[in-house]
Design a binder for this molecule. Structure first.
Ligand code: AMP
Ligand code: MG
Length: 524
């Protein structure tokens, strides 16, 4: 396996890289050189051929010993100097000080087909930023990260990618629900891939340290390599940067709301400055449409990171990024002006996105109200988000909207509690469907074309919470076939794929309140 390493970013490894005791407080630095830990007996569980191709790695090479060695952390890439980055962050609304890549190590950067990619091992041992933790990751959370990163990509949601999922052969102690029941679990390493893993927290840490010199260096570097479209200079350049990060963040969150993804831990250290979904921890997928839902049990009290609040949190996080950039601008007014434009960017883009989900494309004055009412209705009767929007494409606006509820048949599979309540549901939805029917007549589009366009934004298959858990349960017993099946299915989330029809179904009742399905902690 021969990778085109990008030597702009590789450096001579210092004579004394941190090898044994990786842990220390780090000052006046953006990163530290670290050697990944030796896995005892690495074994490849799964790899993404698509992500491999980005790096110039072929299918055959994936199966090679060299691949296993490099991406399990056992053999360093020749000429590369692995490093971990420092960052800080606000966790659950409170400044947490220095954090950093506590269990992520950048093992090298590849330049392939005009694009630079950083390869980052997650779970390959301690770094100077591990604080009191072990730098390791377990199989269950690694399966979740690997499957979901790639699923998100195929859903066209901006995201970091996942190359490989490798068992280390080592055991890791975890108290999965933080309830005093620690157990040994299988250790694993995922290799994540992205143009950059820079987070809001990477900038915040320098401002917190009053280290304006390094803050400026990092922002200049970011703009030079990742925001080449910015042509301005001086303070204007930094304001343009802030504006672009905001636009990218808005775009990412709107995609989340479109597919029903709940990140679960939108701390500022988990916000990519490139607007990529990053750090797949206790994330979840909406099944019943509920803006108040979060899968993260660690956030159960305040539900800060609930589905419907994600746009607000993105705004709050951007405010913190603005604070971090302040020393380069030294004037709050233009920063506030940009921040205050958040709503005027988000609101119309969200409306357009929601309209496209119900097949509306021209402008009509009442559209906002129609979408608001729809969201209320979806919450009123527990309604499966994915099934509802996908099936709505079959709604024929020429049908009679009467109390028998025949008009609602197309979406009936989406209702969780329809048994014995069909008439209540049918009458409750009558007003909304009447308005929708009227509204559809204003569109210049036939049924077939409407369905086609709706199916491009409403996925048929998402990584439902219980599906990942089933794959984990099997993998724990050494069977990885379900990982591969789900992976294959999620590569084409908008296609019908009749062979996978059984996954186009409401969440089974057993999964409603099950650990790993609807309840996840940050333990990983
Ligand atoms: P997260 O909630 O996963 O985004 O992690 C928050 C911070 O804790 C980050 O700085 C991580 O690098 C660090 N962290 C999480 N788990 C571990 C671990 N097992 N070992 C070392 N650092 C960790
Ligand atoms: Mg994180």
């Amino acid at each position: 396996m021969k990778l085109e390493l990008d030597d702009t970013f590789t450096a001579e490894l210092p004579a004394d890289p941190v090898t044994t005791n990786n842990r220390c407080q780090v000052v006046q630095a953006a990163y530290s050189y670290v050697i990944p830990r030796q896995p005892t007996s690495p074994k490849l569980v799964h790899a993404s051929e698509e992500t491999a191709a980005l790096l110039g790695i072929t299918k055959e090479e994936i199966m090679s010993q060299a691949f296993l060695e490099v991406f399990s952390g056992s053999t360093p890439l020749e000429g590369a100097a692995p490093y971990a980055m420092v960052y800080g962050g606000h966790q659950f609304g409170t400044w947490a000080g220095q954090l950093g890549d506590g269990r992520a190590i950048n093992i090298g950067e590849v330049f392939h087909h005009g694009q630079r990619w950083v390869m980052q091992l997650k779970g390959a041992g301690e770094t100077p930023y591990s604080r009191s933790a072990d730098g390791l990751a377990v199989l269950r959370s690694s399966i979740r990260e690997h499957l979901c990163s790639e699923a998100m990509h195929h859903l066209r949601v901006p995201t970091t990618r996942s190359l490989s999922l490798i068992l280390t052969g080592d055991e890791v102690m975890r108290d999965m629900m933080y309830d005093g029941n620690p157990e040994l679990e299988k250790g694993a390493v995922v290799c994540r891939v992205a143009p950059s893993f820079l987070r809001f927290g990477n900038y915040q840490i320098f401002t917190a340290r009053k280290d304006v010199e390094n803050l400026k260096k990092l922002v200049d570097y970011t703009i030079q390599y990742f925001f080449p479209e910015i042509k301005t200079d001086g303070k204007e350049k930094y304001l343009d940067f802030y504006r672009r990060v905001m636009e990218k963040t808005v775009n990412m969150v709107i995609h989340w709301q479109r597919v029903g993804f709940v990140h679960g831990v939108m701390n500022t250290d988990n916000m990519s400055v490139l607007g990529l979904t990053i750090d797949y921890g206790p994330y979840g997928w909406l099944e019943g449409y509920d803006p108040g839902w979060t899968p993260n049990t660690t956030d159960r009290q305040t539900r800060r990171y609930r589905f419907g609040y994600q746009p607000n949190i993105a705004f709050w996080n951007l405010m913190q990024l603005g604070n971090a950039l302040y020393p380069l601008i030294e004037d709050t007014e233009p920063l506030e002006e940009i921040l205050n434009s958040y709503g005027s960017i988000y609101t119309p883009a969200y409306l357009e996105m929601m309209k496209s989900k119900i097949g509306l494309f021209v402008h009509e004055d009442g559209d906002r109200a129609l979408i608001d009412d729809l969201e209320q209705m979806l919450t009123f009767s527990e309604t499966d988000m994915t099934i509802f929007f996908r099936q709505l494409a079959d709604f024929d606006p020429t049908i009679d909207i009467d109390l028998q509820g025949k008009y609602l048949e197309v979406v009936k599979d989406a209702f969780y509690e329809a048994n014995g309540k069909w008439e209540i549901i049918a009458s409750a939805w009558q007003d909304w469907f009447t308005a929708y029917q009227q509204r559809l007549f204003k569109e210049n589009i036939d049924l077939k074309e409407r369905k086609k366009r709706m199916n491009e934004v409403n996925p048929k298959y998402v990584l439902r919470n219980y599906m990942a858990q089933l794959a984990i349960d099997e993998a724990d017993k050494g069977d990885y076939t379900l990982i591969d099946k789900l992976f294959t299915m999620l590569k084409q989330p908008y296609n019908e794929q009749p062979e996978f029809q059984k996954w186009f179904a409401r969440r089974p009742e057993w999964a409603r309140h099950k650990v790993g399905c609807s309840m996840l902690s940050c333990s990983s």
